[in-house]
Design a protein around this ligand. Sequence first.
Ligand SMILES: [Zn+2]
Length: 747
Amino acid sequence: MPMMNRRDLLKLTLAGAFGSVAAAKHRRLLPAVRSGTTLPATYVIDYGRNHLSDPQFIARLAEAPPNLLHLGHDCPFTAHWGPRAIPLPVPDISQYRLLTPSETSARSLAIKTMVRELHGTGVQIIFPYINSQQMGGDIEKRLGFWEFYDHWDEYLSFGLPPRPSADPAEWLQRDPAGRILFNNPAAYPGYAPQFFYSPCPNNAYWRTWLRFVVVSIAQAGFDGVFVDDNIIHCYCRYCRESFRHYLRSRYTPRELRSGFGTSEADKIELCSPADKTAWAKAQPAFIEYLISRYGRGELEKRFQIADLTTPSNLDRVGYNFLERPAREFIASLEQKYSPEERRRQFGTADLSRLGIERPEDRLRWFETQRFWAWSIGDLLVDLRRAVTPYRQGFVFVPNWGSMQTVGGVEGRRIQGKNVAEWARGSDYMMFEEDYRHGIPGRAAAGGFTVHDIQYKFALANGVRPVVLFGGPRSRANVELAHAEAAAGGGGCFVENSSQFGDVRRLYRRFYETHPDLFTGYQSIAQVALAFFYNQTHMENPDHLRQIYSLNSALASGHVLFDFLTEETLHLVPGYRLFILPSVAYLSRAQERAIQQWMDRGGQLIVPGDHPTFYEEAKPRPGPAFGSAPADVSALRSPQFQWTGREGLPGLRGYAYGKQEGRHARVTIHLLNYDLDATHEPEPVHDLPVSVALPAAFQHATLGKLSAFAPDSSEVLELHGEVRDGRLSFELPELRVYRLVEALMTAK
Ligand SMILES: [Zn+2]
């Protein structure tokens, strides 16, 4: 199969995602990045609070200006407090006060000047911080955002829309009972002496306000905005209405009837009985459990509440904190009661199936979670629409959170997080990882810290990842962190330290001098691993566990592979081998696509459980692909590996290709993770590399073969060959990172 064909096969789009048959009109436009790799970039995050008064700030950045610069609350109107002299409340209320309109004008002007001067240093994209679910203040005392709301009309000259009739208390997320929902603790330390509220991204008033904030950011000269948190567990009236609109966009009436038992979307509610935190909070025994676990008075002190006896006090502890105790409380009930007693008290013997015992309820719970994620995507699209008349090409960088572990992803799938749903409104997407032990290289606990999941999964979803982490580092660690972005198909390593700016300068220069080495490539891997994120919303954690373990085994075993998602399953004909790990829920269309590919010689491996349900959570008559083998050890063969050298588990390789008429370029990125903060990398010598080529170039003539490195302007010419459908060569030395480019001509 010629390498271009994979993306050409987009024409054969099948309704892969669950219930998306009717979604054509709402299906997101594929971002340009879906057409291949993009140019990596350098990125600095700087939350300094005195940028406007620090005369050295701009000079410091000018030493090694990044492509992207991410600032904190340096905007005319902060999203969560309105116009403030400083961004967060402090006990001395005179410091943290509402700016007068004339002070707001002066501050806007100062910000404009700063942004212009920053651009002058060579920074390309500058953006400040907003938060889609944070509002600070005090409802009772009418402080913080309420103070601003009460003075709203004084700021109309800034283009503020008319003051909303509903008080900001009506803009907040709500729990199933209609009470105000706090995602974070109300008495969040950074907000003291005021409180942290969670407005709803679907609320019309909050959206109107955010649109204004983003437009004011564009008018200050910024090129984009970072959108933090994006956490939603909301059952407010806006969410309930939007949910029906969402269902209608994804299902035909017939599909609704088949999946939910009614063809009328108006009769389908968000699935709160499956929300285990909400469920636990409604159980009187949960209070006793919390006291037994934390001791009497501890939570009251920590969260500044009088006691735990009223629901609204318990609410102020915050959903995010209560999630884990709720899970453990439910596990304790499993221990405490017999199955008969559980059935009698709670309606089900298996408490992990609370609220999702019937297929239609599981489907509704799946759609509830995916709807929350869709809401974030919808908000981003809405904000983009608002800002475009003021600034073309304004970029959105939402924060997804951590993807490094299965637990991190499992926790987020219930918070409104789904990369595919957000991608339609995102240019870049942040993955915020471990600040203490996140630096790539040898891990203290053994093995290696690698951020390949983030880069690969983002590339599969057509979004550029920006990966943030920290920890003790050497110069070589920092080189490796940049190299991960270069090798991962685009995106950025987010630097939160001023150390090693010279490495940033080298990488930026490398990217800008050689855009042809990075832009518009497709992976040439012959192995694909299914990463069907929607399985997590269906409460099938085994899929994720298998992906993480396979990802690590394949990568350290030097196998080249890609992720295929529900939306890119139609690309499976471009692969020789497809791994479908514990995909319990598989649609008929997905099954058909895989079967047709197998009929033409595709090799399927099914480690773990075989699909036993259809997409509506209804059981299949028997498991799908029953005869497919489970063993993945066959992958460790020269056919799929990029090197045959054993004993180098810290090496990683990526291979991409690009076809230009009869000419092709293949790029191979090689990374050495065998280093840490105190040890220089141990260079690998005479490394044999051999990769299988796409069909069109299996008989090509090899032209130039060159090895590049960012820290050297010298290009190393290599000798290699194309034989038996493979490109092979030997790399004399690999210290941290090398990029090898092969130019080929078809015969
Ligand atoms: Zn809501």
